[in-house]
Ligand binder design. Sequence first.
Ligand code: SAH
Length: 211
Amino acid sequence: MARATGFETGYPAFSKAVMAAMGKVERHRFVPFDEVRYAYENRPLPIGHGQTISQPYIVALMTELAAPKPGDVVLEVGTGSGYQAAVLAELAAEVYTIEIVEAVGKQGAVNLQAAGYRNVHPRIGDGYHGWPEVAPFDSILVTAAAPEVPPALIEQLKPGGRLVIPVGGRWDVQELLVIEKNEDGSTTTKKTIPVRFVPLTRSAPPSGKTR
Ligand code: SAH
């Protein structure tokens, strides 16, 4: 599979570091009880609330494209089960992860804690705005599809940092993009492969206005 998509992604095989991280994280710890027997199949699985844990191949690919290394500070938007965050936590120093659906985020945090990840910092909120208090990041992964690239995420990248994000409409096949922030603040965008993610949703604007 990695070989088959190598032409599009420029990665004919995953690096040893990514393969080792994928080998270390026990995916069955991140799926609901009913799905445990399917945990090591290469496909997404339901995790409740209409959300899914991504297919392992896509987790490996996004990790490879984000290229986290020791010492890096990484942001993930879309905690879900916590599985992608765990893979990142094997490679980076600190992983900050945001989930918009409270029940999903709480379960993701429980999964991460039970699996022993102390360097993952989960939070409930709208990841469209990133996490300004702990920015900038060496890389940012968005694991839900956005109709456009959220500007705050580009702002919160370090120079030389990478944003890996599926971009496209809810019913479209989306394009997995890698956006690199150059030293001068400009960006270079590379298209990789077509993907299908659940949509990046937005929190309702504050409803304080009364007339
Ligand atoms: N990375 C996850 C897969 C997540 S599926 C894993 O490894 O299991 C995408 C997740 O993004 C869903 O749980 C969804 O609720 C969440 N999400 C959607 N829009 C969001 C937003 N604006 N901010 C944060 N999380 C969001």
